[in-house]
Design a protein around this ligand. Sequence first.
Ligand SMILES: Cc1cc2nc3c(=O)[nH]c(=O)nc-3n(C[C@H](O)[C@H](O)[C@H](O)COP(=O)(O)OP(=O)(O)OC[C@H]3O[C@@H](n4cnc5c(N)ncnc54)[C@H](O)[C@@H]3O)c2cc1C
Length: 216
Amino acid sequence: MCGEIDFSIMLVERFAAYHRQSYGGCKPGIGDVLIGAAASMADYNGVRRAAHIREKLGEMLHLSETMHACGLACSYEGWKTMAGNYQSNTLLANICKHNVTRFTYELCRLAEDIAGGLLVTLPSEQDFRHPVIGKYIEKYLRGVADVTTENRIRMLTLIHAMTKGQISPSYQTESMHGAGSPQAQKIMIERESDMDAKQRFARSLAGIDEREDVTA
Ligand SMILES: Cc1cc2nc3c(=O)[nH]c(=O)nc-3n(C[C@H](O)[C@H](O)[C@H](O)COP(=O)(O)OP(=O)(O)OC[C@H]3O[C@@H](n4cnc5c(N)ncnc54)[C@H](O)[C@@H]3O)c2cc1C
């Protein structure tokens, strides 16, 4: 760069904010599919109305919508630069991505809880199609009567792909490290937050500093 470093910090911070903002759209979108798959498995297992299952599905919705809310918040709090492009709010974009580093893992954990251990003990498709073994799998791996064993296996396979298989690196490891590992967001969150102001508020309310006169 021939010593032209004046704007290098700003460049990295703004690029990272864009990247971290985008996770508030992408990851809740994948979350919607995982929540739908977990709810379907609860249906297929015949436990959809059980109190703890509804509570866990509610928790999954909460986690996914919180990521979505962060994506919207950092966009709504964005601003127009002199160049005419829009820049997301840096603090909220980092909060968004930092929640993503945690919430996607909890979403996977809850989906696995609801799906059941069959997620990893499932026989192969070859066994399912086997002329001798196939009929036993059809009989003994059936959940509720009105859903075929094949469809139960299909839904389990989707959850497996998203939490442990070929799609899982993009949902878990990318959520952790993509757009920077968690500590990168913590550094930006500290940098973008006015800790002095927060301490002033606390000292004022605790009666250590003189109260600001707001009536004047
Ligand atoms: C699936 C996936 C998709 C990706 N897509 C993109 C993309 O589209 N565009 C893009 O630009 N990048 C992308 N990335 C790269 C991403 O930005 C990096 O993975 C991320 O910056 C972390 O770097 P790293 O993986 O080399 O881990 P490392 O930097 O090796 O981090 C590993 C650990 O070491 C810690 N650590 C690292 N350096 C220090 C230090 N100096 N002091 C203390 N602790 C430290 C970290 O906090 C972390 O806990 C993607 C990554 C993944 C996994």
